[in-house]
Design a binder for this molecule. Structure first.
Ligand SMILES: Cc1cc2nc3c(=O)[nH]c(=O)nc-3n(C[C@H](O)[C@H](O)[C@H](O)COP(=O)(O)O)c2cc1C
Length: 321
């Protein structure tokens, strides 16, 4: 039986690994997590990640400098390994001595040793126990196990967070960070009960004041209800999309059996920027998690963190854990 630790504080293994107060991480998010969001989360006691996936390497360098200017607490960078800039991005991370890196969407073997040799703490995002074992073999310090509910690009297995976390916890001996569908303190408590020792949230932080997403995108997402997102684009790269103009285009093409080439052509270039960063709700790609249905206002990072911590404590008190 895994030892369960009901502590949302600096004594959780994940807090100790990263040197933070609360084992709460804001996931790297293309077009949402720039220096403002990353530094605000770190300042509030969590771990803020800069999402390098939507940045060219020199823009990333600027975000690293601005994050350091805003906080002296630990922060990290997320790099989707499928990015065409992955190699240069890793170089910048090493030059800038970024202390923590979360890799995703690719093979953890490629850069983990180089990062570890430079003293970087590395976590890798997985969607299955099989990938978690590979990440552990590659030498990462922790895995983020991200379930089907999550916003952004998703695993092909479609395993929900509730089923994924216990299975990953059983499969590896490194700490497991749960992700996908977590927007409340009670959800954090549930994840700890399943054996996770930290949580990564995307949706909740994408819809804060400090997120660099467009205001129209945030307002639209906080109005969403249950069932307003769906995993589409599965033949190319499964993506949880919000219902709307672009969603309809992809869904219609998939239903008539469009080829991978046609689907890629429909998506074209710059769709995600158009939707999430420029606020074109009709033509742009809009990505958010299922749990957007639980959020009904745009709050500050400080408010989100306080709600998570207080909600967690209330849950523990009520359950008398
Ligand atoms: C708008 C958006 C963009 C995202 N972009 C990335 C990304 O660039 N790299 C990555 O590893 N994960 C990305 N994610 C996933 C998050 O880092 C996080 O793991 C996920 O959102 C957690 O699930 P939740 O949305 O239910 O909180 C993104 C999520 C959202 C909502």
């Amino acid at each position: 039986m895994t030892h369960l630790s009901p502590l949302l504080d600096k004594n959780q293994p994940i807090s100790q690994l990263f040197g933070i107060e609360y084992p709460i991480i804001s996931g790297g998010m293309a077009w949402c997590s720039g220096h403002s969001l990353a530094s605000a989360v770190s300042e509030a006691g969590g771990l803020g990640l800069i999402g390098a996936g939507s940045m060219n390497p020199e823009i990333l360098r600027e975000h690293i400098h601005k994050t350091r200017a805003a906080t002296d607490k630990p922060f990290g960078v997320n790099i989707p390994l499928a990015s065409p800039h992955a190699e240069e991005t890793i170089q910048i991370i090493l030059e800038e001595k970024v202390p923590i890196v979360f890799t995703s969407a690719g093979n953890p073997k490629t850069y983990t040793s180089a990062l570890k040799e430079a003293g970087v703490i590395v976590a890798h995002v997985v969607s299955s126990s099989r990938f978690a074992i590979k990440a552990e073999e590659a030498g990462v310090d922790a895995v983020v196990a991200e379930g089907f509910e999550a916003g952004g690009h998703n695993g092909r297995e479609e395993t929900t967070t509730l089923c994924l976390i216990p299975s990953v916890v059983k499969s590896v001996s490194i700490p497991v960070i749960a992700a996908g569908g977590i927007v409340s303190g009670s959800a954090i408590a549930a994840m700890f009960c399943l054996g996770a020792s930290g949580v990564q949230l995307g949706t909740a932080f994408a819809l804060t004041k400090e997120s660099s997403a467009h205001q129209k995108f945030k307002e639209y997402c906080v109005s969403l209800g249950e069932g307003d997102t769906q995993l589409l684009y599965k033949a190319v790269s499964p993506t949880r999309l919000v219902k709307g103009g672009y969603f309809d285009l992809i869904k219609e093409a998939e239903e008539r059996g469009a080829s991978i080439e046609e689907l890629k052509a429909i998506r074209g270039v710059g769709r995600a920027r158009m939707g999430m960063f420029e606020g074109d709700l009709e033509r742009g790609e809009l990505e958010i998690g299922q749990a957007a249905a639980e959020i009904d206002s745009i709050r500050s990072v400080q408010e989100v963190m306080a709600d998570l911590v207080n909600g967690y404590r209330d849950t523990i008190d009520q359950m008398q854990l």
